[in-house]
Each structure stands twice: as C-alpha cells, then as structure tokens.
Design a protein around this ligand. Structure first.
Ligand code: GDP
Length: 322
C-alpha cells in the first residue's frame, strides 16, 4: 500500500486530496498544526468524516527536526506540500513568518527526502500569485514570474528549489501552479465564499447587504477537487514536471455575485454596497492560466462556473439551516 504525506491536511485542498487518496487505497498521513488538535470542532471540520482513516501528525512544517523525524518515521512514497500561510498581503508584513512557512518548510521537506528517501515523489502547491502582475495573459509555464507579495516571492522561491532538486539531485518534484479554486470548504476571507455566505444569509432574512470591493476585478476560478485530481495526475507521470492548473476562463466578481444571487431568486443590485477598503491595485493583465499542457495529460474540468456556485450555495443553505 502506498503512503502519502500531506502538509496542510486540514485545509480546503488538503482535506479534498486526502479523500481522493483514500479512495485510491493510499495510507494517508497528514501534518496539521498543534492548535488544530486542541480545537478540533473548528480546525478539523474539513476532515471530520475521515479523521479515523488518516494518521494526523501535530507539528509545524517550520520545525526542521520535526520534519526530518516525520519523514524518517513514515517513509512516504509521495509528499503533497500544501501547507502555507495563504494570507496574501501586498504591504509586506510579517515577511520572516511568511518565508518560514512557505519557503523554509519546502527546503526542510526536500532536504529530508534527499537524505532519507530519494524515491519519494514531491508535489508543491504553487500559485498564480507567482505571476503577481503578469506581463501577458493568459500565463503559461513559460511566462515570466513577477510576484508582488511576500507570499508570491516565497512560492517562486520554492518553485526554483524544487526545480534544482529535480535537475541537480534527481528528485521527482513537481509544482502545480494553481489559480483560484473554490469549494464549500473555501475560507470566508475569499470573495467567493464571502458572496455565497452573505447571499444565503440575505435569503434567510439574516443579513441586509453585501459589501464588496472592485466588482470588475476578474479571476480564473476553478473547482478545488478538479485541481487536486490534477495534482494526482501530475504525480502519476513517468517524468516530473511543472504545470499550470487553471480553467483558462475569466469571470468578474460582479458575474460571480449575479449568478449566486439569481440562483437564490434575488436581484444582486438590491443588496450590493461598495467599500473601497476592499479595492486592490489594478492589474494591467489579468491572472488567467493556460492549462493546455495539463490538458495534454488528459485533464479536464468537471464543473462549470455556474455549477461551482450552485453547489457552494446548496451546501451553504444546508449549513445555515441546520
Ligand atoms: P485572491 O486575491 O485571488 O487570492 O482571492 P480573493 O477571493 O480574495 O479575491 C479575488 C478578487 O476579488 C480580487 O481581485 C479582489 O480585488 C476582488 N474583490 C472584490 N471585492 C472583494 C471583497 O470584498 N473581498 C475579497 N477578498 N476580494 C474582493
């Protein structure tokens, strides 16, 4: 039986990936923060249904000795490094903490497998933030990086680390450069979940308005389980490589909100208020990924933009009425 180690198993992506790996018959190990064990109702929500089927390791990926010991003990066949501080600040706050969790952790994991288990395959969750302010749109694997946040810089640095461990040391390492991907497990800070939660509250008479930033902002939004299936597909190739994981389609925040409200038989214009505090610097070229290379492996998306919104609404309605 193959063993997979997931960092960040309690998050949206980690929990979805754990379910997929269990379905494939893997033994699944997951690194989670110690505080998650202390506050299981809140922090282990996403993995509540599989908590007895996976082995959880409470530790920090920023602790090199703990990382080394975990890999020595488990001897995983595959590692999926998804843990990250996902708060993207363009103000450059907390740079050291960001580098610790999003770059040093990658180094500790890679150097441990180099030492202990060179055959272990390694997947790293890259991000469209690596392109930051892109020079072209859509972006492909050959587009130039231009990160504009510490988060993006840490992701680009990890990407190059993986590439060097692959080219120079022969490790099987792959970066999936993932664009925004959503599911009912998305955290409320993201605009998609914020819209869905508030729209459902309005529908149930518990809220009166939805305050947003720039409605014309566009994103390439995909469905999180499709992106985790892409990670598995990438890791099953004979040769390691890097791939863009995206839909290639752009939608605006306004379109997202309109679709969500209309699925609830509400008129979005009756409820939206704009607050410039949510505005970000404008982009010359939008963050839109070109998934052609990944499609060449046989990957495709399973849900349309509207279908993603519909399923997020259905789950939110169930949660808020229970
Ligand atoms: P990310 O910035 O791509 O990681 O994802 P978000 O979901 O936070 O933001 C997606 C886009 O929505 C960005 O271009 C924001 O400028 C835009 N946006 C507009 N209104 C809001 C809002 O109220 N909250 C957030 N988070 N984003 C907003």
């Amino acid at each position: 039986m193959k063993k997979a180690l997931i960092t960040g198993i309690g998050g949206q992506d980690g929990s979805i990936l754990a379910e997929l790996l269990l379905q494939k018959g893997y033994e699944v190990y997951g690194i989670i923060k110690r505080e998650a064990i202390e506050n299981p109702n809140l922090k282990l929500k996403n993995i509540a249904s599989i908590v007895n089927e996976v082995e959880l390791i409470p530790m920090s990926v920023t602790d090199p000795m703990a990382v080394y010991k975990a890999i020595k003990k488990i001897h995983p066949d595959e590692i999926y490094h998804l843990a990250a501080s996902s708060f993207v600040s363009y103000e450059f706050e907390d740079e050291v903490a960001m580098m610790n969790s999003n770059f040093n952790s990658t180094y500790y994991l890679l150097s441990s497998i180099l030492e202990i288990n060179k055959d272990c395959k390694f997947f790293f969750a890259g991000s469209s933030e690596m392109f930051g302010e892109p020079f072209e749109s859509p972006q492909s694997e050959n587009s130039k990086f231009n990160p504009k946040s510490m988060y993006g810089i840490a992701k680009v640095s990890s990407y190059y680390l993986l590439k060097n461990f692959r080219d120079k040391k022969g490790l099987y390492t792959c970066t999936g450069i993932m664009y925004n991907h959503e599911s009912p497990r998305r955290k409320s800070e993201f605009v998609t979940k914020k819209i869905i939660e508030t729209a459902v509250r309005i529908k149930l008479g518990r809220a009166k308005e939805l305050v947003l930033g720039n409605l014309d902002a566009v994103r390439d939004w995909g469905y999180a389980p499709d992106y985790m299936n892409a990670a598995l597909l990438i890791m099953s190739q004979p040769k390691p490589d890097d791939y863009i994981i995206a839909t290639g389609h752009l939608h605006s925040v306004k379109q997202f909100a309109e679709t969500a409200f209309s699925l609830l038989d509400l008129k979005v214009d009756d409820y939206i208020k704009i607050n410039t505090k949510y505005f970000r610097a404008s982009e010359n070229y939008p963050l839109c990924g070109n998934p052609e290379k990944l499609k060449g492996l046989g990957w495709s998306t399973s849900k349309s933009f509207t279908e993603i919104i519909k399923m997020m609404i259905e789950e939110e309605l169930t949660n808020q009425t229970n």
